[in-house]
Structures are given as structure tokens and as C-alpha cells.
Design a protein around this ligand. Structure first.
Ligand code: NAD
Length: 487
């Protein structure tokens, strides 16, 4: 299962009012797999940002999308989902050519998540009730939920179409219009998905897509025609967006940000070899470019040697390669800057006394940059390898003597997106699950399932609000209380 990257054709302009709009500044996007492969793209200027937002506002008002029968919205989202499935290979090639996502995985997982999320939130469209609130009989009061209007959705590059769909599907199902800005590094597959929406019957203009970097994202956040901002990306950018949204219209925001997930392993953890495979996958999947990566191993000292030897064996088995080659299991690092950052953090940790059990080096292949799966034993809590999200295949290891110390190390001072606890003791598992400050806790497991039902979002600097599940739908609506004086 592979494709020819040079045969991929992508829309380079913006997607506004149901059509591709040329203009903006000329750029190109290099493939991280092979920097000789590059596709042209045009970044929106201020006029195009304005045009996209006004088009979304006009379409929202003129189509009556937010006021029409919710079931009609659902029907369009189902048709759209079917079209996404029918174009899986084309979408997957557009995604894989510029991202670190491996083509067969995009077909098997990412595209199916997009269509699945459209169906899941389509189902929600007519299932949110208001309530009659307790009042004296002389009045009658009830609540209704109403869409915000225009939602600005800003997405990162690591799972481009999945993370965009987590936003546009519920926002549209709830009756809003959406202007999406994908990452400047991975802009193309979202354009194709937006075009399929129009084919499915979504009124033109309700879903517009803009290209560009942080400046375009910031212009979108600040635009007076935007009513709500939903963002996935780094904590630093999230903070800037929150400030901009506050100063430019006091707009509500939801933020899905960085993580530094612990794998907290007690000596009674079941099946050490299976666990070692899980820990290795938790940090090598997508080359560690995963917000919920299990990037810290916090292990009870008396099993540390044994477990680390097994994790190391599993870490060494991966195959680097392009995202379009058969057999690739470790994709490239997204760009040179990020590769330098990973190498810098690892080198500094080693200089600071951490012991590299494997990796700790760049691997280069023809025109691409990879980083070898790395285990750093004995990372101190002052070190950047502990404090910062590395976003690469680097596992930082710390050891503990007792439960109290283990929990203290597992709780990160800044991040709280996900955590895993491994133990055979059910009471301890539940104690630890409550003690860890994290939006998701897996017990004897790691990784998101493709169920859409559980809310996902961080504590602390890992975010505000949730994507997915009921919470990931309801946030796109305001609640109004209506009173009638009965007399
Ligand atoms: P990033 O913050 O650099 O960029 C994310 C998006 O924001 C991009 O589209 C970018 O162009 C845009 N942007 C940048 N500056 C902006 C500004 N001032 N105003 C508006 N938009 C702006 O993040 P990234 O490097 O693309 O993604 C990696 C980060 O995303 C990691 O920290 C990762 O943990 C996080 N992430 C979080 C989740 C989650 O669900 N919590 C999921 C995936 C990734």
C-alpha cells in the first residue's frame, strides 16, 4: 500500500464559499519524508481572512443552518462521511505527503476517524434537550441551546485531519459555521474534505478553510465576525490565543494543548513483556509526535532494570522510512527545527547525567530527518527532558521507592493531559487514578481508542475544555433561559 508523492495534486488556494479562491502569498510545503518533494500553497492575507469569515457569517444567516431541523444537519453529515470514506485513498495521500502520518495508517485509521466523527456528532444534532427549570407556578422557565455563529478552528500538524474533524464535525452539527485553519505544515487534506462537504449538500460558505501560519491564525482569532475559538496546539500558542480572544471581543475559547504523560509502573504490574511493548509504542508511535505520548516512565526501582531491558528490546525493532513506503513504522520528524530541538534536549540531559540506554542520535536518510528511539535513565526533575514536551521518540525515566514518591513524580508541575497506571492492585489503581492531576487516566493501558464517547482534554497547562464525547459537542452551544409570566 503506497503512492507516488510526485503524482499528488493539491488545491493551493483558500476554500471559501464552496470554491477554491486563488490569491495570497506564494509558499510551498516540503515533505518531511523527502524535502525534494514540495507542494505549492498560498497563504491568506488580511483581505482573504476577512472574506472567509464574512462568507461564513453570510452563509450561516442565509442558510438558516442553526435554526433548521437538526435532523437535516445530521443527514448532510452522514452523506459527507460516506464521501470521505469513498475518497479515502486520495485524502490519505494528501495527508501523508506532507505530514509524518504513514499512508496505510491514515487509510486504516485517520480517514475512518474523520468519517466516524462526522457520523457520531451528526447523531448528536437532535439529541440535546433543554430543561424546564423549577419556578413558582406563576412563571414558566425553560432552557434552549443555541449555536454561537462562526467558530474559528485552528489545528496542529501531528494528526491533521483527525484533530480538525474533532472540531469542525461537532461545531457544524451544533448549528455553527466553521472557518478552519490547518497547520501551515499540513494544509491539503482538509481542503479536499471541505470540498466533499459541499458535494454532500452542506451550504457553501458554512465550512471555509484558510492557509497560513501563526499570523493568519491570529487574524482569524481577532476577527470581529468570529464568535468562538477552538484550538489544538502547543501550550504557548494556546496562551496567546486566549489573550487575543479576550482582548478582541471576549470570545470563549477551548484549548487542547501539550502533554507530558507518565507511565506510572508499580512492581506488581501485570505481564511485564506486554507492558514493555505498550511503553515502547507509547513513545515511538508517530515518532513520539503525539500530545498523549507516554513520554515519562516512572517505575518502581526494584523492577526498573528488568523493565527497561524489555522496553529497550521493543524500541529497537522499528523501521524508519518515508510515509509512503511500505514497511515504515517510524516516520520522520516533521522538520529540521524540531529535529534540532529534540537533539538539543537529549544532549543537554546526557550532559546533566542522564544515561542513554538506546538512541540519543539523529538518523538521516535521503533528504529526511529521523530521531532514534531513545531511553534516558535518571532524568532529574530540573532537566528540560522532564519539564518540557519533547514531541519526539524520547522516553525520560525516573525511579521511585514507594507509592507516595511514585505519585509525586507522576504528577507534572505543568502538564496534565494523560497518564497511565500499571498495577495488579485494584485499590491502588483507583487511588492513583484520583491522585493524578490529568484529564485522562488509563489503567493497565495506554492510547486513545477510536471510541468517540470519552471527553478528551487536559488539566493545568494541557488545556481548557474538552473535545469529543458529549462535552465536545455541547461546548459549541450557548444556553438561554426563557421565562414566561403565567400570572
Ligand atoms: P503550534 O501551537 O505551533 O501550532 C498550532 C496551530 O496554531 C497551527 O495551525 C499554527 O499555525 C497556529 N498558530 C500559531 N501561532 C498562532 C497564533 N498566535 N494565533 C493563532 N494561531 C496560531 O502547535 P504545533 O506544533 O502545530 O502542534 C504540536 C502541539 O500541539 C504539541 O504541543 C501537542 O502536544 C499539541 N497537541 C495537543 C493535542 C490535544 O488534544 N491536547 C493534540 C495534538 C497536538
Amino acid at each position: 500500500m503506497h503512492f507516488d508523492p510526485r503524482a499528488v495534486r493539491a488545491m493551493s488556494g483558500q476554500f471559501i464559499d464552496g470554491v477554491e479562491v486563488a490569491g495570497g502569498t506564494a509558499h510551498h510545503v516540503e515533505s518531511p519524508s523527502d524535502r525534494r518533494v514540495a507542494l505549492p500553497v498560498e497563504w491568506a492575507d488580511a483581505a482573504l481572512v476577512d472574506r472567509a469569515v464574512l462568507s461564513a457569517r453570510d452563509a450561516w444567516r442565509a442558510s438558516g443552518w442553526g435554526a433548521a431541523a437538526p435532523r437535516d444537519r445530521a443527514a448532510i453529515l452522514y452523506r459527507w462521511a460516506d464521501l470521505v470514506d469513498a475518497h479515502a485513498e486520495e485524502i490519505a495521500a494528501l495527508e501523508a505527503v506532507v505530514s509524518a502520518r504513514i499512508y496505510p495508517e491514515v487509510i486504516a485509521r485517520d480517514v475512518k476517524v474523520v468519517s466516524g466523527v462526522l457520523r457520531y456528532f451528526g447523531e448528536f444534532a437532535d439529541k440535546i434537550d433543554g430543561s424546564v427549570t423549577p419556578t413558582p407556578r406563576s412563571s414558566f422557565s425553560f432552557t434552549v441551546h443555541e449555536p454561537y455563529g462562526v467558530v474559528a478552528a485552528i489545528a496542529p500538524w501531528n494528526f491533521p485531519i483527525i484533530l480538525a474533524a474533532w472540531k469542525f464535525a461537532p461545531a457544524l452539527a451544533a448549528g455553527n459555521a466553521v472557518v478552519l485553519k490547518p497547520s501551515e505544515m499540513t494544509p491539503f487534506a482538509a481542503m479536499r474534505i471541505a470540498a466533499l462537504a459541499v458535494e454532500a449538500g452542506l451550504p457553501a460558505g458554512l465550512f471555509n478553510v484558510l492557509h497560513g501560519g501563526g499570523e493568519v491564525g491570529a487574524a482569524l482569532v481577532k476577527h470581529p465576525g468570529v464568535d468562538y475559538v477552538t484550538f489544538t496546539g502547543s501550550s504557548a500558542t494556546g496562551a496567546r490565543i486566549m489573550a487575543d480572544a479576550a482582548l478582541h471581543g471576549l470570545k470563549p475559547v477551548s484549548l487542547e494543548l501539550g502533554g507530558k504523560g507518565p507511565q506510572l509502573v508499580f512492581a506488581d504490574a501485570p505481564d511485564l513483556d506486554k507492558l514493555a511493548a505498550t511503553i515502547a509504542r507509547g513513545i515511538t508511535y508517530n515518532a513520539g509526535q503525539v500530545c498523549f505520548a507516554g513520554s515519562r516512565l516512572v517505575v518502581e526501582r526494584r523492577i526498573a532494570d528488568d523493565l527497561l531491558a524489555r522496553v529497550r528490546r521493543h524500541m529497537l525493532g522499528g523501521q524508519t522510512g518515508t510515509t509512503w513506503d511500505e514497511g515504515t513504522s517510524i516516520p520522520p520528524i516533521i522538520n529540521e527545527r524540531q529535529l534540532d530541538r529534540i537533539a538539543g534536549i537529549v544532549d543537554a540531559a546526557v550532559a546533566d547525567g542522564a544515561e542513554p540506554l538506546c538512541g540519543a542520535e539523529r538518523l538521516s536518510s535521503d533528504g529526511a530527518g529521523f530521531y532514534a528511539p531513545t531511553i534516558l535513565r535518571g532524568v532529574t526533575t530540573e532537566n528540560r527532558a522532564y519539564r518540557e514536551e519533547i514531541f519526539g521518540p524520547v522516553l525520560a525515566v525516573q525511579e521511585f521507592e514507594d507509592e507516595e514518591e511514585g505519585l509525586r513524580l507522576a504528577n507534572h508541575p505543568d502538564y496534565g493531559l494523560t497518564a497511565s497506571i500499571h498495577t495488579s492492585d485494584v485499590s491502588r489503581a483507583f487511588r492513583a487514578a484520583r491522585a493524578i492531576e490529568s484529564g485522562t487516566v488509563w489503567i493497565n493501558d495506554w492510547g486513545r481508542r477510536t471510541d468517540f464517547t470519552a471527553p478528551f482534554g487536559g488539566y493545568k497547562k494541557s488545556g481548557i475544555g474538552k473535545d469529543m464525547g458529549r462535552a465536545g459537542f455541547e461546548k459549541y452551544m450557548k444556553t438561554k433561559a426563557i421565562w414566561l409570566e403565567v400570572g
